[in-house]
Design a protein around this ligand. Structure first.
Ligand code: CO
Ligand code: CO
Length: 306
């Protein structure tokens, strides 16, 4: 499985029983706290393996760091990454650092999956129900934090959400057996769903009222706090999304908000929905939102209603 379906990671079969999943992700600090940044960056990098239904095995650190900054700070970033990888039962076995004007951190991760059991983003089926496992709004909240307008408690909660592994959600979906999955990151809910409907040759309906939103997001939106990436995401899905006339600009932007380390968007056959929701609950996945469904008609398009 390569680049053609825009899947979250590449999958390479070694033999009849084993395939490896290979992925890389890294970015600039989302918070001022180096340890928290390490936690979030690692959770985000590991997420693509979980989106494919795999188990992370080993990872390499990818680091950009300004030579003039205290090296202890880099130590804290790497400690965060190490702790998060440990929680994922993933070994960090090395890495590479370059001198960089702006700090950057992430992992290249190798995971394992049984061939044929990998969960593609390009296999959603008409009649499937869409389940989202984390609330959205991290782009807006982090942008407000940089501008000093996000209350500390709101940012703290958002960082905790971002640092949460998609491990439990992924294991639950693998136990149930689902048709398709992707994780919600930089392209936002609409952008990643766009990849799913186009790759799968299906349509989708989304109800804004059913999409879980981090607390504090609406206040910031109303004050006009929107990251540049979110505006770009919105233009990027112009060719795909049919917005209901009743939706405000803020609602549309929120559906496109660039996420960091967001949840899994799972496309599950309707007959297995209850089973998935209870497996997620048993696995302590707090957010288990049914946000829409997959349709045969309207192929390659997303219809968004209030
Ligand atoms: Co991804
Ligand atoms: Co990625």
């Amino acid at each position: 499985m390569g680049n053609d379906t825009g899947d979250d990671a590449a999958v390479y079969r070694l033999d009849d029983n084993t395939a490896i999943i290979v992925t890389v992700d890294f970015f600039t600090p989302i918070t001022d706290d180096p340890y928290q940044f390490g936690l979030v960056a690692a959770a985000n990098s590991l997420s693509d393996v979980y989106a494919m239904g795999g188990k992370p095995l080993v990872a390499l650190n990818i680091v950009g760091f300004p030579a003039e900054l205290a090296v202890e700070m880099l130590g804290d970033v790497l400690k965060g990454g190490y702790d998060k990888a440990t929680q994922a039962n993933c070994l960090i076995v090395g890495g590479h650092t370059v001198d960089d004007a702006e700090p950057k951190y992430g992992l290249s991760v190798v995971g394992l999956v049984e061939p044929g059991k990998e969960v593609s983003n390009a296999n959603a089926q008409p009649g499937d129900v869409l389940v989202l496992t984390k609330p959205i709004g991290t782009g807006i909240i982090a942008t407000g934090a940089k501008a000093g307008t996000t209350p500390d408690a709101i940012m703290k909660h958002a960082v905790e959400t971002m640092a949460e592994l998609n491990k439990n959600a992924s294991e639950a979906m693998v136990r149930v057996g689902v048709n398709s999955c992707t994780d919600i990151t930089g392209f936002g809910l609409m952008g990643h769903l766009r990849g799913m409907v186009r790759g799968s040759g299906v349509g989708a309906n989304i109800r804004v009222a059913d999409v879980p939103v981090l607390r504090g997001t609406w206040d910031l939106l109303e004050k006009g706090t929107v990251p540049g990436g979110t505006f770009r995401n919105m233009s990027g899905v112009e060719d795909t999304v049919d917005w209901d006339d009743k939706l405000s600009d803020q609602q549309r932007l929120l559906m496109c908000d660039a996420q960091t380390s967001g949840g899994l968007l799972i496309s599950v056959p309707k007959a297995k929905l209850d089973q998935l929701l209870s497996e997620l609950a048993v696995s302590s996945v707090e957010t288990r939102a049914v946000v829409g469904e997959i349709t045969a008609e309207n192929s390659g398009r997303i219809r968004v209603t209030a």
